[in-house]
Write a protein that binds this ligand. Sequence first.
Ligand SMILES: [Zn+2]
Ligand SMILES: [Zn+2]
Length: 353
Amino acid sequence: MSNSDSWRDWQLANLKKQLEIASTVRMTHPDAYDAPCPSGMPMDPQSTQDIKKKRKQLAKSCVGCKQLETKDRVFKVCSKCQARFYCSKECQRNDWPEHKLTCSKFQRQKRLQKLATTLFVNFDLSAFLSFAVIYKLGLLNPPKRDREPFSILVHLAVEPVDILDFARIRGDLGPDEAAITGGRKQGMIQVTGILPCPEHLLPHETLAEFGRLKGSKSVEYASGNSGPVGALVFMLGDVTFELPSVIVAGILEMAREADPFTQIIGDTGRTRTLPITVETCIEYINTKIRADKDNRFLLRTEVTAVDEEFIRKAAKDVDPLAEDSIFLALAKQRMRNEYIYKILLGLTLVPIR
Ligand SMILES: [Zn+2]
Ligand SMILES: [Zn+2]
């Protein structure tokens, strides 16, 4: 055995140990379960049943005429992709010539839709997503002229639950190590980053329709003392899915107080206090999802070949002219910020370029 072999073995053993520690990190916020939810009731730790129920209650908008679904008027769904909703047979018929060309793409959208709505109806995760939006767009003190509906792109990626799988996908491990797991990898949703939504990803009419939700009584979760209204456009791979979003007064208040939260490294018991910023809010969401080993949040999903390709690309140099470079840059930046990736990249066998 050469010197470099034993050095490599030592590094690999060290990497595994560090990753085990890193994957037991928890983040806690003092108010996470006390925050007012839209109905004004205090938040309890949320059950999986409740997440399922809330997911069903989300209003859908008609692809054709942009109307929102109401209790009295349940929309139809495209039977093939289950992702496009229509208020009527007529709206569906009008959309079909165009939709049939992309219906298979909408099957990918179906997965995004399910994961995005599941994340959205989770009180705790959703609150931290709202904080990130508030800080990113400066909604605490919006200039008077700027009361139009906001729109933000929430870029998602599916990453393996086992951080060693992540290293395998990136090519950090040698062929022997890479061969240990074959086949399907269990994945989970992670937020790569947020940015103001590029106009071409959200039709102007849709945003305007969402803007009219302010003060609307017909949509349950838009009621009450609502603050800024806008759209969250979730993106995963080549598909997007938008949801109307209301930032309620209680969440604005919490964002104004900006209580820091605590990061606890499980195995060592070491704690760190983190300020509440766009980046740490995103890390909070990602850490909570990673720590949800029993899949109570329903945010686990299989890692597809396309998901793996994104991870591999994000680990390389970002080509500034590539179409998806902005999302790759977000992913790269996040890997520099988050604790678990700092550990991984710090000990990596193949240096990140
Ligand atoms: Zn319609
Ligand atoms: Zn379809």
